[in-house]
Write a protein that binds this ligand. Sequence first.
Ligand code: UDX
Ligand code: UDX
Length: 458
Amino acid sequence: MIFKKNILCIGAGYVGGPTMAMIAYKCPQHRVTVVDINPSRIAEWNSDDLPIYEPGLDEIVRATRGKNLFFSTDIEGGIRDNDIIFVSVNTPTKTFGAGAGMAADLQYWEKTARQILQYSQSSKIVVEKSTLPVKTALAMEKILNYTKSSVSFDILSNPEFLAEGSAINDLDNPDRILIGCRETESGYAARETLVEIYANWVPREKIITSNIWSSELSKIVSNAFLAQRISSINAISALCEKTDADITEVSRAVGMDSRIGSKYLSASVGFGGSCFKKDILNLVYLCQHYGLHEVADYWENVVRINQYQQERFILNMLTTMFNTLAGKKICLFGFAFKANTSDTRESPAIYITKRLLEEKAEIVITDPKALKNAKADLAGVEGKVSFVEDPYKAVEGCHAIAVLTEWDVYRNLDFQKIFSTMTKPASIFDGRNIIDHKRCFDIGFNVYPTGKPALTHT
Ligand code: UDX
Ligand code: UDX
């Protein structure tokens, strides 16, 4: 079959994989190839056991793979044979040198730009999918257009707004698609090419265009705003616990103001995930770089409150369990950073486990999808940790349950049965407010919700 357009994505991760699968699914007239330096990841994409768990992903991969969706390790051939190249390699926070702990580490990004230059034999549209600091496209342009040849490159910014766990729905029905370009004739033409691809399924009014710098910045600002709402509500949850106000009631009352809106106002044990912290720190670093110290401090506090919320959770466990956790068994309900994903990157559960181990507690972790990642995250960590898939088995003999992920399965467990196998007094620390607190209290548990009065028998 002759395809109309040949599209490549470099980076077969959480973003690249599902996004390309959706493009292939919606555009049977185009061929989509996803390449990655990691051969085992590509092998998994080509198997029945995909490397990431995402509801609905299996179906669209099954419908397209081998027809117009291909996964390969041949980066050189991929660059040579495709006209539109999405780049979705990871841009983690730098761990060394200037900006360590804050700035984005662009080494994979730059290496990819150099590969594109090296292997291109015809002109290409290069699309930034990874979240990047503003002005990254400028560096990319400088690398790609360094040697003057007949091969030219147009760079677009097309940030991804999908959230894990709902990625397929977010890709299918996005709030908006944002495409930024250089304000030149060829920049506009490249942008139109990408608009046409999305227009196969996204209504035109939802495809918005901007200059390239606005597009790059909008991605990190969107994430910063979402995270800021969570830190705002979490900060207020601490006040609720001191004043007998109830965070769910406050959140509902505040969120019903249509100017504020109700989403991202659920108090929690803290936000996790690969993006929020990284992107805010990126924003902070950018502001510092431009001498905007007040702005940098403002945003940095969003991350500080998130850390505070996790620490508060630990201290609450410690003080309510007679100021010692040594030798006590604590069961963590959930290790993923949110429900419906196996992803544990930056999950509050990682920090909480390590802190509890420092207190010499014994940890039992249960999670319907994330135990494999949990084991990898905790490899080499000292202390007693076990991993048990069945929550009923996991809680046996435990002194406390800490609910860290809002998996539906934890809402409807038989807490009477659970209570009967635990060591007494048995406590539940609900870091997600998903359990029926009153019912568990009536069964006999001491219940410590987030941002609500505790229900205790002592
Ligand atoms: C990544 C970025 O982290 C994020 O900032 C951006 O918004 C989207 O892309 P994600 O897809 O979640 O997010 O990352 P990850 O799952 O780590 O996937 C990146 C993939 O790129 C990995 O499979 C890695 O092997 C691959 N990669 C990395 C390359 O193919 N080449 C490289 O040089 C580096
Ligand atoms: C986020 C953005 O939502 C998405 O647009 C962007 O492309 C990538 O980053 P993601 O990290 O996958 O997506 O998940 P998200 O649903 O935003 O949740 C992030 C964290 O915030 C999770 O740990 C979640 O549990 C937490 N959260 C979310 C809360 O604590 N309270 C809320 O009200 C909402």
